[in-house]
Design a protein around this ligand. Structure first.
Ligand SMILES: *Cc1c(COP(=O)(O)O)cnc(C)c1O
Length: 305
């Protein structure tokens, strides 16, 4: 195995008067502890991609991301740890000094290549990839957000045997690779509730496609809760910030403002509104992403503790 977990993720029960009142048991699967830099779902999504890159004789990885991307951060750390050269194709113009995410990536040895938003939009086109090969030589390509079939395979391993006995498994959704893996790993057990952090209905079709490609099945035990994106990746409200800070103070668990904070806010809201059946047992996947807090605070003022 190329990527070694630094710590084994575990289930942690969270107690709150709200759960008692609603007769709900709530646990967090602490995937955020798996590695200090390659955190949470990104560790799982990269695991088999790195093995594939190695076994096909590549020494260089290339991927895409926004300038605050958890995926870029994790890729830079993973490439360094496993011994690949790594190129990050970054959306937009460089801003100097670089933000904390990109500073880390450069320090880890990632070569940054900034492209305009227009160019970034066509990044999956063959001619664009051919230009990159021309410029950088051969590389193993990992898509934006790290999502492909090997990432789905890795994400199935977020599920272990005990988790199938829970009523609901909740996770945040960006590109859909992680929830697809979770659905496939459960083989029809439990109900998976995804919390998309992007606006729009395209994600349902994307998750369906990823699940079908991996498992050759259409599972129906999953659902996307569409009302907690707060407007998109970098969007937030005072209420969300207050919730994330209060959660950290109360439970000593940090949440990131882009993914896990929004999911957790949505779970609490839906428990209050009675979406989850009385007597049910819920697991929320802490997918990590805590590197994002530094960049968020730098950008918006020190809002998060
Ligand atoms: C990338 C990321 C996600 C989204 O994962 P997808 O597989 O793209 O849906 C969720 N949570 C965190 C913390 C992430 O970094």
């Amino acid at each position: 195995m190329l990527l070694i977990p630094k710590k084994i993720p575990f289930l942690q029960e969270i107690r709150d008067p709200l759960f008692a009142r609603k007769e709900i048991r709530f646990l967090i699967k602490r995937e955020d502890v798996i590695h200090p830099q390659i955190s949470g779902n990104k560790w799982h999504k990269l695991k088999y991609n790195l093995e594939e890159a190695k076994s096909t004789g590549h020494d260089t990885l290339l991927t895409f991301g926004g300038s605050y991307s958890n995926h870029i951060y994790a890729m830079a750390a993973a490439a360094k740890e496993v011994g690949f050269a790594c190129i990050g194709v970054i959306r937009g113009e460089p801003v100097v000094p670089l933000n904390p995410t990109l500073q880390f990536a450069v320090k880890a040895g990632m070569r940054l290549h900034f492209v305009t938003r227009e160019k970034y939009r066509v990044k999956t086109e063959a001619s664009f990839i051919a230009d990159l090969k021309q410029k950088f030589g051969p590389f193993y390509l990992i898509p934006e957000g790290g999502t492909n079939q090997l990432a789905v395979k890795g994400a199935t391993e977020i599920i272990d045997e005990s988790m199938g006995t829970f009523d609901y498994i909740c996770c945040p959704v960006g590109t859909g690779g992680t929830i697809a893996g979770i659905v496939c790993g459960l083989h029809g057990r439990s109900k998976v509730i995804g919390f998309p952090v992007l606006k729009g209905d395209f994600l349902g079709a994307e998750v369906k496609k990823l699940v079908k490609e991996y498992s050759d099945r259409f599972y129906h035990n999953w659902y996307l809760m569409q009302q907690y994106h707060f407007g998109g990746y970098a969007k937030f409200t005072r209420k969300l910030i207050h919730f994330i800070n209060a959660f950290r103070e109360q439970h000593s668990i940090a949440l990131d403002p882009v993914y896990t904070g929004k999911m957790m806010y949505g779970i609490f809201d839906q428990i209050r509104k009675g979406f989850f059946k009385k007597g049910s047992k819920i697991i929320a996947i802490h997918t990590g992403g805590l590197q994002g807090i530094a960049g968020f605070n730098e950008r918006f003022g020190e809002l998060l503790i």
